[in-house]
Structures are given as structure tokens and as C-alpha cells.
Design a protein around this ligand. Structure first.
Ligand SMILES: Nc1nc2c(c(=O)[nH]1)N[C@H]1C(S)=C(S)[C@@H](COP(=O)(O)O)O[C@H]1N2
Ligand SMILES: [Mo]
Length: 428
């Protein structure tokens, strides 16, 4: 081999003195915890959509056994989806520097020759492709969905959902193989200060620690310690996290969410002055559609159909609920004071007294992925679930769903249909 190898397939090509088992192990263990939380909160988010209740809610109709875990999403506590999805998105963004650093720390292995020494080795490398490819895919689709406001409205869910299963399967296999050694590497460095990758580090001697093949055989002089490199990665993560989390906290914190888009429209001020994801104009809702002379809510159930004008709805018993709106994109509003008719009271109007069934909600909107949604019986039964007519003491603004919108505790924003035209009660 020449003195200055030019091919990435020669070990001497990779000269960073930072690479080594300690750095890779620490990053790997952070990802072990972080990616597991991402997977669990991601599956929770999917369950929260109530897929399986109705084709309108189901973004992955071909999921088969991957949907076996689905459960009825609860309505308590009201901030449940705000929390699970806020964690999912904020943590996902926060882990980007860690993921990139981890991949950088092992990149020489990508070029190892021969490509496969045995069948087992070949299988391992294929699983690593799924791991790395799956990881990059999940992080990329996630960021695109958060940043670009549904660039792929229908197809994001299947991509991110199936991608998650592929990625996480490869991840579990990888973690089972590597986590024990990673834990040992980190412990080892703590017990033997001479191998702690500090400023005047002696690299761990070959053949003593798993992962030693990551250490460059001809390292360049260090410009930063491994600890320092790790601090840089952590600092990047912290910065991303601090400039993202505000969107999930809502209220005044929203202004700190420099990296997060704030939805389609500036909400303006006043009682309706909280964020708007889709405006009435965007949804193609006109004042003619919502005029009180023409708009009627059509409610259907066991005993038939009832039509209600807005004035008629306002004569029914009105109730208030303080509830947030929390979107799959990770942003949420602080609690707003909604006022309107309980969904279970509307169910009772059409013959479902006592134990209300599911409901299928349809909007005036003619096009768009989120113009209808099904709610489960437990959501209909909750006394805080409303067909809201007012918010914060004022009529709903057109952008917030005038004449009437659904608001349900703990549910993802997508189930809070705006510009409601029709409610159909019955077991779905
Ligand atoms: N008719 C209708 N209702 C809808 C939507 C929509 O596109 N059309 N978007 C949903 C989604 S995805 C979210 S997150 C919330 C956002 O509510 P907001 O626009 O009032 O913030 O409304 C939901 N209700
Ligand atoms: Mo949403």
C-alpha cells in the first residue's frame, strides 16, 4: 500500500483521530434510546388517527399485520397527542446531528473490502444498508413533512409508516448485536482513564475493544478531543431542539420556533388569533357556502335526519371546553376556550341516547385530504367533545372553521374537521 492511499477502501485513507469505539458507542447508545422513543411515539401517532375506523382515516389500507397493535385512542389527558407528537417531532429534529455524527463515525466501514467475506457477512451488510437507508429515509421524510407542509399529502403516511417498520427492524437487529459491546466500551473508558478519549488521548490498543477497526491506523494530529467533538454534536442538537420545541409549547413560545413553519397563515390578533393551518380560502370555502341562509348542518342517525341552521344550533345547550389543537407536524396551539354543542347531544337528537356510537364527519370542502374524518364512540361520548361554534368568546372566524368545527380532546388536529356540513352517527 502506498504512503498516501487515495481510495476510501484503504484503511489509511480515513485519518480523523476522532473515530474510534468510544465515540461510536456513545452516539449509538444515544440513538438506541432516542430511536426507540421515536418509534413508539410514531406508532402512537398512527393509532391516534383511528385508522381502521374508516377509510377516510386510514392512510395505509394495506398495512396488514403491521396494524395489529392499533388501539382506541383515549381522550384523557387533553394534552396527550400534543405530548406524544411534540416529543416525536422535537426529538426527531434533535437527533439529526447525532445520526449524522454516528454515520460519519462509521463511514470507513462502508468501504471495507472485500464486500462480503461470507454469507453471514453479506447478510450483515445488507441489513446495514436497510439500517442506514431506512434511517436517512425516515429522518428525511419526517423533516419534509414538518417543513414543507404536506408536500406529499396522501403518500407521506405510507412512506413514513412502512419506512419506520423497515428501519426499526434493522435497528433492533443492529442494537442486539452491538449494544452490549457499546455499553462495555463506554464503561471501559470510564474505568481506565488512559483510554478516555480526552485531549491527550492514547487511542485504545487494537484487539482490546470491539470497534477498534474504527481507529485510523495513521491518524492526523487531533484538533479537537473526542469529548469536544461530542460536545459539538450535543450543542447542535440543543440548538435544533430549542428552535423547534416552541411550536409544540404554543403561546408566546411559538416565536422561538425559528426552524418550524407556523402553518399556512398568520393568525392575526384577537380572540381568534391563534395559528391557522389551512385557511378558508385555501380550502375553497366561500361566504356563499357558509351564509346562514344556505348553510344547514345535516345530522343523521338511528331515527333519521335532522337539519339545523346555525341559529338552531345556538339554541341547543352550549358547553365550553379548553382544548388545544395539536398537529402531526408537531406544532400545537395552547388551550383555547371553545364553545358549542356536545357531540353526544347531537347523537341524542337522532336517536342515540346514553351510549353514542362512532360518527362520520364531512366538511363543506370539496377537495383535499382532510375534508372528512371519523371519530370513535369514546370520543363522541366525552363531554368535552364539541361541535364548536365559538372560540375565546367570539364567533369562529372563517379560517377557524365557521360556521362549525369539531374539537375533540387529546386527538390529532386532523380529526378536528372545520366547516362541518354533515354528521352521520352509527357504528362504523
Ligand atoms: N375541512 C378541513 N378541516 C381540517 C383540515 C382541512 O384541511 N380541512 N385540516 C385539519 C388539520 S390536519 C389540522 S392540524 C387542523 C388545524 O386546524 P387549524 O387550521 O384551525 O389550525 O384542522 C383540521 N381540520
Ligand atoms: Mo394536521
Amino acid at each position: 500500500m502506498s504512503d498516501h492511499p487515495r481510495l476510501p477502501t484503504s484503511p489509511g485513507f480515513w485519518r480523523s483521530p476522532l473515530r474510534g469505539p468510544w465515540l461510536t458507542s456513545v452516539l449509538g447508545l444515544v440513538l438506541l434510546v432516542g430511536v426507540t422513543v421515536l418509534f413508539v411515539t410514531g406508532l402512537a401517532s398512527y393509532a391516534a388517527y383511528n385508522p381502521g375506523l374508516s377509510p377516510a382515516n386510514d392512510k395505509t389500507p394495506d398495512k396488514g399485520v403491521l396494524g395489529l397493535y392499533l388501539f382506541a385512542w383515549p381522550t384523557h389527558p387533553v394534552w396527550l397527542y400534543r405530548l406524544t407528537q411534540g416529543v416525536h417531532v422535537t426529538l426527531g429534529v434533535t437527533l439529526i446531528p447525532v445520526l449524522l455524527a454516528k454515520l460519519w463515525s462509521v463511514v470507513p466501514k462502508l468501504f471495507t473490502l472485500p464486500p462480503a467475506r461470507s454469507v453471514a457477512h453479506a447478510l450483515e451488510r445488507v441489513s446495514l444498508l436497510l439500517l442506514v437507508g431506512g434511517g436517512l429515509f425516515e429522518f428525511t421524510t419526517g423533516v419534509l413533512n414538518v417543513q414543507l407542509d404536506y408536500v406529499f399529502p396522501g403518500s407521506f403516511y405510507p412512506l413514513h409508516f412502512y419506512g419506520a417498520w423497515v428501519f426499526f427492524s434493522a435497528f433492533v437487529a443492529h442494537a442486539a448485536l452491538k449494544a452490549p459491546a457499546a455499553v462495555r466500551n463506554v464503561r471501559h473508558a470510564r474505568r481506565r482513564p488512559d483510554t478516555v478519549p480526552g485531549d491527550d488521548e492514547v487511542p485504545p490498543r487494537p484487539d482490546t475493544v470491539p470497534g477498534d477497526d474504527l481507529v485510523s491506523p495513521r491518524p492526523e494530529p487531533p484538533t479537537v478531543s473526542r469529548r469536544g467533538a461530542l460536545a459539538l454534536v450535543g450543542g447542535g442538537s440543543l440548538l435544533l431542539s430549542l428552535t423547534t420545541v416552541g411550536q409544540s409549547l404554543g403561546g408566546p413560545f411559538r416565536r422561538t420556533a425559528l426552524l418550524a413553519p407556523h402553518g399556512a397563515a398568520e393568525p392575526g390578533g384577537g380572540p381568534n388569533g391563534f395559528q391557522i393551518n389551512k385557511t378558508a380560502r385555501y380550502a375553497g370555502i366561500t361566504t356563499a357556502d357558509t351564509h346562514e341562509d344556505s348553510w344547514r348542518l345535516v345530522v343523521t342517525g338511528r331515527t333519521g335526519t335532522v337539519r339545523l341552521s346555525r341559529a338552531g344550533l345556538l339554541r341547543l345547550p352550549l358547553h365550553s371546553s379548553s382544548l388545544p389543537i395539536a398537529c402531526v407536524e408537531g406544532w400545537s396551539s395552547a388551550d383555547q376556550r371553545w364553545r358549542g354543542v356536545r357531540l353526544r347531544d347531537l347523537a341524542a337528537l337522532v336517536g342515540h341516547d346514553g351510549d353514542p356510537p362512532d360518527v362520520f364527519v364531512e366538511s363543506l370542502q370539496r377537495h383535499g385530504a382532510f375534508r372528512r374524518a371519523a371519530l370513535r364512540a369514546n370520543q363522541v361520548a366525552d363531554p368535552r367533545s364539541l361541535l364548536a361554534l365559538q372560540v375565546n368568546g367570539e364567533e369562529l372566524s372563517p379560517d377557524h372553521g365557521y360556521p362549525a368545527r369539531i374539537i375533540v380532546p387529546a386527538a390529532p388536529g386532523v380529526l378536528n374537521t372545520k366547516w362541518v356540513a354533515r354528521l352521520t352517527f352509527g357504528d362504523l
